[in-house]
Write a protein that binds this ligand. Structure first.
Ligand code: CTP
Length: 444
């Protein structure tokens, strides 16, 4: 019996896939088809696959050519599968010519002619129009955003606005986009506003963008007051627009995995969450100079509150802030204590104090620990009473990670995903409430 294997994403199954599977089957007696998992596609930068894994498997099954379907979950699996399933022929389309020659040592490798003028990428583009992004603000994060957005198919960074037109022009020249001085014209140039301006300006910009019928992705902290956050989400809902708070950790695959494991009972009932993020900043930077809205907690608090709110929810019983301030009265280090009906939590942030960045989730049967930079989750461990009992989990975190939130935003806009679960409206509103309570506690 001649055994053949082939692999692919098979998103929006099309004629090219059908013809490939048909010819692959004709090469032998038994065809195994490896369909890529969502995580694997994300890890290799294929971020906008539209069909779920189940749909893609179902579609491959329906062609009637596959004798067996397996899931391809990681790089290096092909080699293992060839051994495991005793494969005689490995085949893929000619777009991969040469790429799998290294497998020739183990089986025959055949590149089949790719069917012309059809691909999943083409179909995805037809199904959805390109979303134009306009950026407000030209700081460090805005620069990183442009590079990351370029990796997500379906969006195009088009324009930038900064009240200081010189900064906007410099930024625009660097990235080959258009600079705007007039806000009205700027809003007309885009479908999605990405807001990366100073914290206190977010509310006004978000409101304007939503009133102009634009979707919004806003850097954290999106709002510093609960009422404002509620109002903006309500406005987005009424206008049928998507409003996303950009806390990148929430959207990265490793963090989603960590939460799934934490909340799945592996470590028993969770009784404590401790999250720490410190990043030493220059005294002259805006983060430490802005006496009203600057400081460690407004800058980094969103990251530390994220695992706490995702695990325990929004109904904390009490909250307490302790700060260490510099001579100007700005918090260079902040500790927040939260008490929930069933457990405790601490968030520690520092721009002027360095500590060990760590996320530690403790339960009745064990704990999860993730080292810095846990906010770009790529590795964590589950440990139990027996020190030898360690489960290790890793997940790829690509580039600066903004690509994950941009990709999720796009899925929401295109209607592939109806509800947010990674960072909900409730999460953002609660965070705004905590920011507000913090500012009040500092007499700001
Ligand atoms: N394929 C083909 N002819 C096409 C498109 C794909 O023969 N017109 C083959 C690929 O070479 C591969 C398999 O089908 O062996 C699965 O490819 P996949 O990457 O899932 O499909 P694409 O349409 O190429 O997807 P994308 O546009 O996302 O890269």
């Amino acid at each position: 019996m001649v055994k053949v294997i082939t692999y692919g994403t098979f998103d929006l199954l099309h004629e090219g896939h059908y013809r490939l599977l048909q010819r692959a089957k004709q090469l032998g007696d038994y065809l195994i088809v490896g369909v890529t998992s969502e995580e694997y596609d994300q890890a290799r930068g294929k971020l906008n696959v539209m069909d779920s894994l189940m749909t893609r498997i179902e579609n491959v099954k329906r062609t009637g050519f596959a004798d067996e379907i397996i899931v391809e979950e990681s790089q290096g699996q092909k080699f293992r599968d060839i051994k495991k399933y005793n494969i005689d022929i490995f085949t893929v389309g000619s777009d991969w010519t040469g790429k799998f020659d290294y497998l020739k040592e183990y089986c025959k490798v055949i590149y089949l002619d790719r069917t012309k003028n059809i691909s999943s990428t083409m179909l995805r583009a037809q199904k959805t129009s390109i979303q134009r992004i306009g950026i407000i603000g030209t700081g460090r994060i805005a620069n990183r955003f442009v590079t990351e957005a370029a990796l997500v198919s379906g969006v195009n960074t088009q324009s930038v606005y900064n009240p200081h037109i010189k900064s906007a022009q410099l930024f625009a020249n660097r990235w080959g986009i258009d600079a705007y001085e007039d806000l009205e014209e700027f809003y007309h140039s885009l479908d999605i506003a990405y807001i990366a301006s100073p914290h206190e300006t977010h509310y006004e910009y978000i409101k304007q963008a939503l009133e102009h019928g634009k979707h919004v992705l806003c850097e954290k902290p999106m709002c510093l007051f609960k009422k404002q956050s509620e109002e903006l989400f309500e406005l987005a809902r009424k206008n049928n627009l998507v409003l996303f708070e950009g806390i990148k950790t929430a959207y990265c695959p490793g963090f989603t995995k960590l939460l799934g494991i934490a909340c799945g009972g592996t470590i028993g009932t969770i009784k404590d969450v401790e999250a720490c993020f410190t990043k030493l900043e220059d005294d002259n930077n805006r983060e430490l100079k802005d006496l009203k809205y600057g400081g460690s907690f407004t800058e980094l608090g969103s990251y530390c509150l994220l695992p706490i709110l995702k695990i325990y929810g929004h109904d904390y019983e009490s909250i307490q802030f302790e700060t260490v301030c510099d001579a100007c009265g700005i918090d260079i280090y902040t500790k927040v204590y939260l008490r929930y009906p069933n457990g405790l939590a601490t968030a520690k942030c520092g721009l002027g104090v360095k500590s060990e960045g760590k996320l530690l989730i403790s339960g009745t049967k064990g704990y999860i620990t993730a080292e810095a930079p846990w906010w770009k989750t790529n590795y964590f461990e589950v440990r139990r009473e027996n020190p030898d009992d360690v489960e290790r989990f890793s997940e790829r975190f690509l580039g600066d990670g903004l690509r994950y939130e941009i990709s999720d935003l796009l899925s929401r806009i295109n209607g592939d995903r109806k509800k947010d679960f990674k960072l909900t409206r409730g999460d953002s509103v609660t965070m705004a409430g905590i920011m507000e309570a913090f500012l009040k506690s500092q007499g700001r």
